[in-house]
Design a protein around this ligand. Structure first.
Ligand code: UT7
Length: 311
């Protein structure tokens, strides 16, 4: 159990939108195929991780009412940093005027939950305020001639401010997992583009999501019917449907943004979380199940009790 609660949140998406119809002019595909096989209608492209993260991070800090010198750590989860070095977190730190440690973490599409769990450990160690950002610009590493992958991915950033509380614990249970034996089914070499064995990723994704979610709920001593909302990684609505069926949680309890964002990797869970908050789908005391999976194959889940700041 951990005692960091989310007190500010924001997202950023790049301006340029690419619809399925736009894609059908670039590769041999159709709006019908993409929607039916993935649930995606459009995605934002041409983003830069440092720029999107700075915008989202600044807005999350403003919402939390925190000045830059009050942040104790910046954690950026990304699989598409702007350059090999320095860490993109350092670039964002400077942009935001922070005076604290800053580092990148890469757990592919499970990154945000890995980052959340990591941030909570720092808070349990005494840190007071952490800015956690999940951001990816996959449009820059997609092969735009490969219809099997280019229709699935997009760019975005989501940021949350975590603050230590002496009240009730907020992170009730979590699970982090990786199966490196499956590294070859989804990868991108330095300077290359995404290579994916879609069917195999799909099959393993459903198993990984289900296992991770079950482990986190067991550790939190929470039953599936006690979960108020599931905030899953946004890769394919069919993966989410199949996983929730196994978990016996109804689809109405899911936050979905992939129809208009595509798969934004480390940004997808905070994008869906903020969308659910904007729509007033989460109220104080609610139990949120976040669950992600991705290249690695990595997977991660967290059960969080929603404990927003009082007005
Ligand atoms: O964050 C994790 C990242 N990745 C994922 O989560 C992806 C997991 N996998 C998937 O989401 C699905 O496997 C896909 C959406 C990638 C593909 O769906 P599928 O139902 O597994 O389709 P498929 O790969 O079996 O392809 C079916 C057909 C094939 O044609 P044939 O061999 O049946 O003639 C493909 O060539 O669809 C064809 N196809 C397309 N057709 C139109 C593949 N891509 C496209 C396309 N448009 N974009």
């Amino acid at each position: 159990m951990s005692y960091g609660r989310i007190t500010g949140w924001a997202v950023n998406l790049p301006e340029r939108v690419l619809t399925n119809d736009d894609l059908s002019k670039m590769v041999d595909t159709s709006d019908e195929w993409i929607k039916a096989r993935s649930g995606i209608s459009s995605r934002h492209v041409d983003g830069k991780v440092t720029e999107m993260s700075a915008v989202a991070g600044r807005a999350a800090m403003e919402m939390a009412g925190l000045a830059p010198d009050q942040i104790d750590l910046l954690l950026l989860t990304t699989t598409t940093p702007g350059q090999r070095l320095p860490a993109s977190a350092s670039v964002i730190q400077h942009e935001l005027g922070l005076s604290c440690g800053a580092m990148d973490m890469n757990a592919a599409c499970s990154g945000f939950v890995y980052g959340l769990v990591t941030a909570m450990q720092f808070m349990d160690g005494g840190m007071e305020r952490i800015l956690l950002i999940g951001s990816d610009a996959l449009s820059g590493i997609v092969d735009w001639t490969d219809r099997a992958t280019c229709v699935l991915f997009g760019d975005g950033a989501g940021a949350v401010v975590l603050e230590r509380t002496s009240g009730q614990p907020s992170l009730l249970g979590w699970d982090l997992m990786s199966d490196g034996s499956a590294a070859s089914i989804l990868y991108c070499d330095h300077g290359g583009t995404i290579v994916m064995h879609g069917k195999e990723v799909f099959r393993r994704a459903v198993m990984a999501m289900t296992n991770s979610a079950q482990n986190a709920m067991t550790r939190a001593e929470v039953a599936p019917d006690e979960i108020s909302i599931v905030v899953p990684h946004q890769a394919n609505v069919r993966i989410i449907e199949a996983s929730l069926k196994r978990l016996e949680i109804p689809m109405e309890k899911t936050a979905i943004v992939l129809d208009r964002t595509g798969n934004t990797s480390a940004a997808s869970i905070p994008l869906a979380l903020v969308d659910a908050l904007d729509k007033d789908r989460i109220t104080p005391g609610d139990l949120i199940l976040m669950v992600g999976f991705g290249a690695g194959m990595s997977s991660a889940a967290a059960v969080l009790r929603w404990d927003p700041p009082t007005a």
